[in-house]
Design a protein around this ligand. Structure first.
Ligand code: NAI
Ligand code: MG
Length: 493
């Protein structure tokens, strides 16, 4: 059933999904609710898409891939991406309010992401005209010219989590538009509204029907059929390691290409010579930003023994001073967790930390005074006296919880920092150049930040080692994830 195209509004409205350029309902007719995690209120319903809707979206994406979209020249795709960036810029406040309302991100942080997200779109625009193969000299008998071509992989299935709907959508769709692929994106059931808004803005910018499709629904009902679909050439996924593993299994049917950005338990190492004025707030916000719902959260904080107590005291004071509340208030620094389920998970870790003998030095509880009672709020939490084997030091919590550990030597801290199944990111604070270089080299992680954290740039590759996934987003590697390389030989004698 097709419904009228509507402009976006978050006031108790039903929002259809977007397939083949039309705003449509689920084949089953079912819907699901999405809530504001700061207030618990239902803010909209969306279609509860399933296998039949995935079929329809993949068919639309295939038609578009084979159709006029395949004749778009690189400079035309570039122009489209630049137009999308301009439209996003004009509608940026609407995008921010959508993320704040649907997933709790403080509005000031959402606004602060403008440069990064618009920069991504403009970076892909530039890259659209920089895709090229190579002319390669060969050793064959006869006169044979050989060269490579870069070709779009085809229909890309994108599955994203709730924690950064705007950046994740752009990170998945942008390279598709740059390379000439088409996309079926399944947003998180917890935060589907901004991806729908993004699709609408892209259509307004002139993205042809079927090039970008959004199917709302749950992981098992809509995500799994997308991962299994024989007509999907590639899956790009961001989310938990367990779901990433099930996507790899689902991909085996047609051996589709997969790239995965998964969980982390990233170490932050504070050496005795670190500038504490800088290190304390950066280490704190490496976890507390987005209420800890960040894949790169620096949740294992290794502090040199000689400065450990002072560092932890300063960190606890910093955590205690953060302003927590509804993210729509511009004074709010820390918003809610996404859902009551996530609140339960995080509270489970707060109990586990205490039970396993860690020392609570800040937070440690749910916040339920006044208006906070209706939302999923947890106080920014610091545990000290943590040992490497505790659950809070090993498992991804995805909440505002820092586990502080102390260390004596660099060799020791490198070994302990690397002793994790994950390898997404690592942070180092030191004033010593040799230490900075040595640790950057020895830490097993896709990103290493020295005297900073969270730095992500459209031109710099980002992704995991080990069970944090494979494939890269950002930089030329990102576009390669969406391209096949073909070798061509032509006999000319
Ligand atoms: P999830 O990984 O299950 O969800 C991410 C996306 O995958 C969502 O769109 C979901 O609908 C979809 N999905 C779920 N099951 C699927 C399946 N079988 N096939 C295809 N798609 C599927 O993560 P969830 O349940 O939202 O969060 C649970 C925990 O996972 C969090 O507490 C956190 O520890 C971790 N997580 C880590 C993220 C990261 O970026 N490191 C992002 C999201 C979650
Ligand atoms: Mg929501």
């Amino acid at each position: 059933m097709t419904v009228d195209q509507t402009r976006h509004s978050l006031d108790g409205r039903h929002r259809p999904m977007f397939i083949g350029g039309a705003w449509v309902e689920a084949a089953s007719g079912q819907t699901m609710e999405t809530r504001n995690p700061a207030t618990g209120e239902i803010i909209a319903t969306v279609p509860r898409g399933g296998k039949r809707d995935i079929e329809r979206a993949v068919a639309a994406a295939r038609n578009a891939f084979d159709g006029p979209w395949s004749r778009f020249k690189p400079h035309e795709r570039q122009k489209l991406l630049l137009k999308i960036a301009d439209l996003f810029e004009r509608h940026w406040e609407e995008i921010c309010v959508s993320d704040t309302t649907d997933m709790g991100l403080p509005i000031v942080r959402a606004r602060g992401n403008a440069n990064r997200v618009l920069g991504m779109l403009r970076y892909y625009a530039g890259m659209a005209t920089a895709i090229h193969g190579q002319s390669i000299q060969n050793s064959l008998a006869g006169d044979i010219v050989s060269y490579t071509r870069k070709e779009p992989v085809g229909v890309v299935g994108a599955i994203i989590p709730w924690n950064a709907p705007t950046a994740a959508s752009v990170w998945k769709i942008g390279p598709a538009l740059a390379t000439g692929c088409t996309v079926v994106l399944k947003p998180s059931e917890e935060a589907p509204l901004t991806p729908l808004l993004i699709a609408e803005l892209m259509a307004d910018a002139g993205v042809p029907d079927g090039v970008v499709n959004i199917v709302t629904g749950t992981g098992p009902e809509a995500g799994a059929p997308l991962a299994e679909h024989m007509g999907v050439d590639k899956i790009v996924f961001t989310g938990s390691t367990a779901t990433g593993q099930s996507i790899v299994r689902a991909s085996a049917g047609n051996l589709k290409r997969v790239s995965l950005e998964l969980g982390g338990k990233s170490p932050v190492i504070v050496c005795a010579d670190a500038d504490l004025e800088r290190a304390v707030p950066v280490a704190a916000m490496s976890v507390f930003a987005n209420s800890g719902q960040i894949c790169i959260a620096g949740s294992r904080l290794f502090v040199a023994r000689s400065i450990h107590d002072e560092f932890v005291a300063r960190l606890a004071a910093y955590a205690g001073a953060l302003r927590i509340g509804n993210g729509i208030d511009p004074n709010t620094e820390i918003g809610p967790l996404i859902s009551p389920r996530q609140l339960d998970r995080v509270q489970g870790y707060l109990r586990a930390g205490t039970e396993e003998g860690a020392r609570l030095v800040a937070g440690g509880n749910r916040l339920s005074d006044g208006a906070l009672a209706a939302g999923n709020f947890v106080a920014p939490t610091v545990f000290a006296g943590v040992s490497d084997i505790m659950r809070i030091a090993r498992e991804e919590i995805f909440g505002p919880v820092i586990s502080a550990l102390s260390f004596d030597t660099l060799d020791e801290v490198v070994r302990r920092a690397n002793d994790t199944p994950y390898g997404l990111a690592a942070g180092v604070f030191t004033r010593d150049l040799a230490t900075a270089h040595q640790l950057s080299r020895r830490l097993h992680a896709g990103s290493v930040w020295v005297n900073t954290y969270h730095a992500i740039d459209p031109a710099v590759p980002f992704g995991g080692y080990k069970m944090s996934g494979y494939g890269r987003e950002g930089g030329a590697e990102h576009l390669d994830e969406y391209l096949n390389t073909k070798g061509v030989f032509i006999r000319i004698d």
